[in-house]
Design a protein around this ligand. Structure first.
Ligand SMILES: C[S@@+](CC[C@H](N)C(=O)[O-])C[C@H]1O[C@@H](n2cnc3c(N)ncnc32)[C@H](O)[C@@H]1O
Length: 370
């Protein structure tokens, strides 16, 4: 639902989350955004180059849109919110390799995933000088002490603000020097010939997730002899690569909202099969723009959170999108924690009882047909 964001830089802004959900009352900013802007309102920003990292729904970028802003996000959802909430004047990037030049101010919303934070800080170290000012904002409930350690180690000595409305700022200058990122990782996965290239913000980047392993073990060639397969929420692409290996003639689509997931899936598919023509990558929200009647099989290991927002709303959207893009009699195969109740949600949506493919104490895999 749109709501009014009072801020020191612009007349009140009407901001919305993306995607817009009719019944959702969550606003598109929090008090850490307000605290960052309150601090900046006492600083001289004209003529300065400002970089914003991980602006969840574009609130910082919208308030500062009259300055020289670049906004980086790995998330498609955040990038769409930024587009929706700003006039389009802002330079929006989604690859860390697109950072350029030296930034005078860097405003960071500290991500939950500290590998990703470390990767961001290492890339940032090539774009700072001793005059650069770094301001990080966080909500107290989401903060881990190790983010201070990373800032101290990679960027410079930190100081903090007083807490206000459950948020706090960390300030630092740059005095540590250029730092190479340890990411992406090259990881061997049982059963795959090539090492996987896993970027820092990719699901289960250090090893194969046990749910994914269970899914792979129960996805055999009998269901893969189809024309088109969608790996929905693909992460590093393990499910789609497995499917393509068992049926090289199938057309495979990898979809994820994390740009790093798409880059990992691309690198991993190419390492296994070279430049195949029958593969497609889509950085998107769920599969919202997918063509109807375009897929025979959808493989889906849904997420339980987006950024810091936890819930099964993304799984719901994925199941809806899968139903829309499946051909008649097409199959959606889903894995979930046994307690999550996906079979009931799928039964209501498809109007048919899902079939249990495999189950252990932790996971259930089901098929449902359109
Ligand atoms: C549980 S992981 C599964 C990854 C991979 N398929 C596997 O089984 O190892 C869920 C994936 O969904 C992605 N995701 C989260 N929100 C999404 C959204 N709104 N649209 C598309 N993908 C999303 C995450 O980035 C993550 O890669």
């Amino acid at each position: 639902m749109p709501s009014t964001f009072l801020n020191p830089f612009q007349s009140p802004l009407i901001l919305e989350r993306y995607p817009v959900r009719a019944r959702e009352l969550l606003q598109a900013w929090d008090s850490a955004d307000e605290l960052i802007l309150e601090h900046l309102s006492t600083q001289e920003l004209s003529g300065k180059r400002i970089l914003i990292l991980n602006d969840s729904f574009g609130a910082l970028s919208a308030a500062l849109q009259n300055f020289d802003i670049t906004s980086y996000s790995d998330s498609f959802v955040s990038s769409q919110a930024l587009k929706q909430n700003t006039s389009g004047k802002i330079r929006s990037i989604h690859l860390l390799s697109e950072l350029e030049g030296t930034y005078d101010w860097v405003l960071i919303r500290i991500p939950k995933n500290l590998s990703f934070f470390e990767d961001e800080l290492c890339h940032l170290s090539a774009h700072l000088n001793t005059e650069s000012k770094i301001v990080c904002g966080y909500m107290l409930k989401h903060q881990a002490n190790s983010s201070f350690d990373l800032l101290n180690k990679i960027i410079g000595t930190t100081t903090t603000s007083l807490a206000k409305k459950k948020a706090r700022l960390i300030f630092c200058g740059f005095d540590r020097g250029l730092r190479a990122s340890p990411y992406p990782l090259a990881v061997s996965l049982d059963g795959f010939e090539k090492k996987f290239i896993n970027h820092s913000n990719v699901f289960s980047r250090e090893k194969l997730d046990i749910g994914t392993r269970f899914f792979l073990d129960h996805t055999t060639s009998d269901i893969l002899d189809v024309h088109s397969i969608l790996d929905l929420g693909c992460g590093n692409g393990a499910l789609g690569i497995h499917a393509h290996r068992l049926n090289p003639n199938t057309h495979i689509t990898f979809a994820d909202e994390s740009s790093m997931a798409i880059e990992s899936a691309r690198a991993n598919f190419t390492a296994h099969f070279g430049d195949a023509a029958n593969v497609h990558y889509q950085w998107t929200n769920s599969f919202e723009d997918g063509e109807i009647d375009s897929q025979d099989l959808v493989l889906c290991n849904p997420p339980f959170h987006q950024g810091t927002t936890v819930g099964d709303f993304i799984a719901h959207q994925m199941f809806n999108d899968a139903k829309r893009v499946l051909r008649k009699n097409g199959r959606l195969r889903v894995i979930g924690n046994t307690g999550l109740g996906y079979p009931k949600i799928l039964a209501n949506l498809f109007g048919k009882k899902p079939e249990i493919v495999a189950q252990n104490s932790k996971f259930t895999i089901v098929d449902v047909f359109r």
